[in-house]
Design a protein around this ligand. Structure first.
Ligand SMILES: [Zn+2]
Length: 450
């Protein structure tokens, strides 16, 4: 009930506009808006891909190739996954902050709260302590479907006061590129003079009323453009940095990272990457990326430089904000936003990012592990991954289909071999947020071996 209410809720943000230059100078908002903005950090990439995929306003594309990856998982034959519940779990990822975020005034995350199931046949016997969060799981004891709902009080995380992440009493300034700071007249004047505005005559206030659709749109704009409010108010795109993908050098401790082997197909006549063929380890890695929360991607993995300006700015704002009366509510809250945790069952032994995964809640200790041997996919042959991250099981049919879609004649292909590790994985993650050709932008095509 509360969730429906949160879906219909509206929040208001005051924007200060520069009438002459048709741009938004900054927005003034209370905790309801800043809480939602900060909550973006807790959303797993797969959740963002799903929310944006359902969004009605398709005027422009956002989120690079992650939407294709999510769609591929939706269409992926279940028989290749370790268990049937793996797919359900990966399509509905949730971070450890999920319950906490149910307290937001307005919900954009449409992931259903967890329901626990057990095996009806074995209830009361040895496997009663095994739960699943999906009706497709099979009992480890008798092999029957675990589809009996376990009566369970859904956790209500108490946030102490009306706000979720930031102080209820404070007013905040949010810049056009989503830097968030406490409201002070000094901050306000600094922003105005920074834009060359010296008097009040060209300024005007405007109230933006936002419901769920508008916030989803704001997330989409934030993932693509540098001047979010200006776009929302004036429907005008201000050119910015976000149009360029910066693949900065990622010199990481490559140490014990396992390498994965890929066979790369290039178009002979153009040198263009067409697709790669890989074993289940690479697909396992790609699908598990969908469970990683945005804050973890930006902070722990990409060190604050995802090249998506607004999202980097939200992360930086949380990171720079102190804890206290007019700021973030506590250090735990700050950690929750900067390093949102991932449930253990989402991790795969093929996921080579250095992330720690924890059980989602106490019931996870009794949660039937949907993985086999810590893998999300079975050992099951070869897969085709296109440059824009469409993943399909490999067969002569799918290869011919892919070539047909790309309009490449069969004799215009050359095959090379390459192996990838942590650095390529990170480059791929970064590219997947923006790029329409993730593999070309993340693999070093100059060093391929024939
Ligand atoms: Zn059973």
């Amino acid at each position: 009930m509360a969730d429906t209410k949160a879906k219909e809720a509206k929040i208001s943000v005051k924007v200060i506009i520069d009438k002459v230059n048709r741009r938004v100078v900054y927005a003034e908002a209370d905790h309801t808006f800043v809480d939602i903005l900060f909550s973006f950090m807790t959303l797993p990439l797969g959740t963002i891909a799903r929310i944006l995929g359902k969004h009605n306003d398709q005027k422009f594309e956002a989120l690079g190739n992650l939407k294709n990856l999510y769609q591929s998982l939706e269409n992926f034959p279940e028989c290749y996954l370790s268990t049937e519940e793996c797919k359900h779990m990966l399509l509905n990822p949730r971070s450890l902050s999920y319950d906490h975020c149910r307290n937001l005034k307005l919900q954009i995350d449409d992931t259903e709260p967890l329901i626990y199931f057990q095996c009806a046949a074995c209830a009361g016997y040895s496997c009663q302590s095994m739960y699943s969060t999906c009706t497709k799981a099979k009992c480890g004891n008798c092999g029957k479907l675990m589809n009996q709902e376990v009566p369970y009080q859904k956790p209500k995380v108490c946030v102490g006061s009306g706000s979720v992440f930031v102080s209820e009493r404070a007013t905040f300034i949010v810049t056009d590129d989503l830097c968030v700071m406490p409201y002070t007249s000094a901050n306000s004047i600094r922003l105005l003079t920074g834009l060359g505005i010296t008097d009040k005559s060209c300024l005007e206030d405007l109230m933006l009323d936002m419901g769920r659709e508008q916030i989803v749109n704001l997330l989409k704009v934030a993932l693509s453009l540098d001047a979010v409010f200006t776009y929302l108010v004036f429907n005008r795109v201000v050119p910015g940095q976000s149009s360029i993908l910066h693949q900065t050098d990622m010199k990481k401790e490559e140490s014990a990272t396992p390498k994965m082997r890929l066979e790369v197909s290039l178009q002979k006549s153009t040198g263009k990457l067409l697709f790669v063929e890989a074993e289940e380890d690479f697909v396992d890695f790609l699908f598990s990326v969908l469970s990683i929360p945005l804050g973890t991607v930006i902070g722990e993995l990409l060190k604050g430089a995802s090249s998506v300006t607004c999202i980097d700015n939200i992360f930086k704002s949380v990171s720079n904000m102190s804890v206290g009366r007019r700021h973030l509510k506590s250090h735990d809250i700050k950690d929750m936003l900067l390093k949102p945790h991932i449930g253990q069952q989402y991790s795969s032994r093929h996921q080579f990012f250095p992330l720690s995964c924890t059980p989602l809640c106490w019931r996870d200790c009794f949660h039937k592990d949907p993985r086999i041997d810590n893998g999300l996919l079975k050992q099951s042959g070869l897969f085709i991954v296109t440059d824009d991250l469409i993943v399909t099981p490999s067969s002569s049919y799918s290869t011919l289909n892919t070539l047909n879609d790309l309009k490449v004649p069969f004799d215009d292909i050359e095959k090379y071999e390459t192996s990838i590790g942590l650095i390529e994985g990170l480059r791929m993650l970064k590219a997947s947020l923006r790029s329409r050709s993730t593999l070309t932008d993340s693999l070093n095509l100059d060093i391929l071996i024939k």
